[in-house]
Design a protein around this ligand. Structure first.
Ligand code: OOG
Ligand code: NI
Length: 267
């Protein structure tokens, strides 16, 4: 990996770990201390489809270091649009970026979100640290609760801002575990809750991608009026299957992604 690429993912990882204590523990149970290399399949980022923070503005941080835009995904019920990005270096994690289609929500939600986004300075969006810069606005707990009624995604963004929403262990690179059910069992035996929305294993060999995820850790957040413990970030696990040409599938599966989003729901 390029140094700039490695540095970006190292910074994203440190920031993610600061609100996801299960991340290191999951590495440990997968055998990292016994020399198991943990390869990251992809990360995901979230945003609103408003200037200056739309999907393209986040993507710029990756396209400027050689990533190319690949698949597009639509989530009608959740009112989201997403794209994934790939780098020519096969060791570089894929990147999944989604944006909330703000205009499809109530005038109340639109007002809250537009007010938050208006506090983000365009120059800050271009800064090297933007993708792990967290929240650029203050929000009170009642506003968070109100957003939660309409869109869990909007509420998560309001509370957490800009950061990797999850990292993803590539099961293809594990030596001791070969299947998603085996990894899920290990997680459950270690006390984690596996996201069961749509089933604990999302996707199938026919989709060329099987995935699972933990339910997000719960971490105290300072709202403007008080501190409350809410879901932060989660860990995902992906097993990719070869296409007809023998190379591994590199895309995502919208029906599975739709359920993975729910890993930040209150369990
Ligand atoms: C992204 C959910 C989708 C995947 O691998 O399909 C996803 C999110 O929760 O922000 O990561
Ligand atoms: Ni994912």
């Amino acid at each position: 990996m390029h140094t700039d690429l490695k540095e970006l993912f190292d910074n994203l990882w440190e920031n993610y770990k600061s609100v996801t204590p299960s991340a290191d523990e999951i590495h440990r149970i997968l055998g990292a201390e016994e020399g198991q290399k943990i390869v990251n399949d992809h990360i995901a980022l979230r945003t609103f489809n408003l200037a200056p923070v739309g999907l393209d503005a986040l993507a710029e941080h990756f396209t400027s270091i050689g990533y190319k835009a690949c698949g597009e995904y639509h989530f009608e019920a959740k009112k989201l649009y997403a794209r994934h990005f790939e780098h020519p270096d096969p060791e570089a994690p894929k990147v999944f970026i989604s944006e909330l289609l703000v205009e499809e929500f109530s005038p109340e939600l639109q007002t809250v979100v537009k007010d938050m986004v208006s506090q983000v300075k365009p120059e800050d969006v271009k800064a090297d640290n933007f993708l792990y810069s967290g929240r650029h606005w203050d929000v009170d707990y009642d506003t968070y609760r109100k957003l939660l009624e309409e869109s869990e995604y909007a509420a998560w963004m309001a509370a957490w801002g800009y950061r990797a929403n999850h990292f993803t262990v590539s099961i293809n690179h594990l030596t001791q575990y070969q299947t998603v059910p085996e990894v899920n069992q290990l997680l459950k035996d270690s006390g984690y809750t596996v996201n069961a929305s749509g089933g604990e294993v999302k996707g199938s060999p026919a989709d060329l991608l099987e995935q699972s995820s933990t339910m997000a850790d719960r971490i105290p957040v300072k709202f403007s009026d008080r501190e409350e413990t809410i879901p932060s970030c989660f860990y995902e696990f992906a097993l990719r299957y070869p296409k007809e040409d023998g190379t591994l599938y590199t895309g995502f599966v919208a029906a599975s992604a739709d359920k993975i989003f729910e890993s930040t729901n209150a369990a």
